[in-house]
Design a protein around this ligand. Structure first.
Ligand code: SF4
Ligand code: SF4
Length: 353
């Protein structure tokens, strides 16, 4: 079902949303710094940033999350769980690449064997209002990674920006609940065809040429390849690429205790940090950047596909845009092709062109 929302009604629409839901949306904190956060006022919402710097995964998998609190009561300890979600939630303005990443996170946190209640409760209580990308950035390669700037899959409602208004598509049962929303009106054929034109233009802009297909098989025999010597030599191990990646999900769990009470907290971690893989004995199976860089890429392009049948990269381009030494994951993917890998021994440039 295709409707429209006039931008002059956006603020009022968000106000009514916030009466019923906890609203999460992109907020611009400073020039070039935009994150998804819980909204206190509709004026905070910024839907103009091409793709927020921090991915929307934080709504389901916060950077730091208390799992439970405990306190000594007499001779026993009393525990208070924090796994519940008090109100239904809406994510507004998540981009198709981040929404595709939610389904990869589902594979990990809501698999057959293990179900993470903290992630699962939030996921279940959330309606997703996706926002199309009419202007993919030069670093976006979602179209190479099974996605696209107008991919609707995973959205309950989908918005397309037409300037003065948004086209609103209701895609699921959760989305259809908005059918009678007083701010939505039926879109006419001219507006629908305008949206189609924008979609056609955008689909030619996202890079579809990165050779991701078959990378799991190509990388099977690469564990000891000189490729990894070249890959890690410029990397300073800052971990930015993993923290800003919508599919990275390494974490660490710590107990923070003061005398008789405390809390267990789950924090994002990164496989690029030496401490992440260090064992209690002091031995580290990934002692240098070579092994850690290999782990990052092999997990995305070899181990994850072996476990879940698809790569753990949605081509959002954040790791390319924000890497302080300009490492370009697209160049690395290209180099895994049988023809290109021969060049690895020579001077190859893995930085963003
Ligand atoms: S952002 Fe760049 S420098 Fe930092 S860890 Fe990732 S590849 Fe290395
Ligand atoms: S690896 Fe890079 S391009 Fe791929 S999803 Fe993560 S941040 Fe985006």
């Amino acid at each position: 079902m295709t409707l429209k929302l006039d931008k002059k009604d956006l603020k009022a629409f968000l106000e009514t949303l916030m009466e019923e839901y906890d609203l999460f949306a992109p907020v611009k904190l400073a020039e070039g710094v935009s994150i998804y956060k819980k909204i206190d006022s509709p004026d905070e919402v910024d839907l103009s940033t091409e793709n927020p710097q921090k991915p929307a995964k934080e709504v389901f998998f916060p950077q730091s999350e208390t799992m439970f609190r405990y306190e000594k009561a007499g001779k026993r300890y009393q525990m208070t769980s924090t796994e519940g979600v008090e109100r239904e939630r809406v994510i507004l303005g998540a981009r198709p690449c981040d929404i595709q990443a939610f389904s990869l996170m589902d594979d990990v946190f809501l698999g057959k064997e293990y179900k993470d209640v903290y992630y699962g409760n939030k996921r279940k209580a959330t309606t997703i209002i996706g926002l199309a990308c009419p202007h993919p950035l030069s670093t976006c390669f979602c179209s190479s990674a099974g996605g696209g700037p107008f991919l609707r899959k995973g959205s309950d409602l989908f918005l397309i920006d037409l300037g003065e208004m948004f086209i609103v598509e209701l895609l699921t049962e959760k989305g259809m609940a908005f059918q009678k929303n007083k701010f939505f009106r039926e879109a006419n054929t001219k507006e629908i065809s305008l949206a189609k034109g924008i979609e056609e233009k955008a689909s030619t802009k996202a890079d579809a040429s990165v050779p991701i297909g078959g990378i799991d098989r190509r990388s099977d025999l690469m564990m000891e390849n000189p490729f990894w010597d070249r890959m890690h030599e410029k990397c300073i191990g800052c971990g930015v690429c993993t923290f800003l990646c919508p599919t990275c999900h390494c974490f660490d769990i710590v107990d923070e205790a003061i005398t008789d009470k405390g809390q267990r907290v789950r924090n994002w971690d990164s496989c690029l940090f030496p401490l992440y893989s260090q064992e209690t004995s002091g031995h580290n199976p990934r002692p240098t950047g070579r092994e850690r860089t290999r782990q990052r890429l092999m997990h995305k392009f070899n181990y994850f596909p072996k476990n879940f049948g698809r790569v753990a990269c949605v081509g959002c381009g954040r790791c390319i845009l924000y890497c302080p030494v300009n490492f370009d994951i697209r160049q690395a993917i290209k180099l895994t092709s049988p023809k290109e890998i021969k060049k690895v021994k020579d001077e190859v440039d893995l930085t963003r062109q």
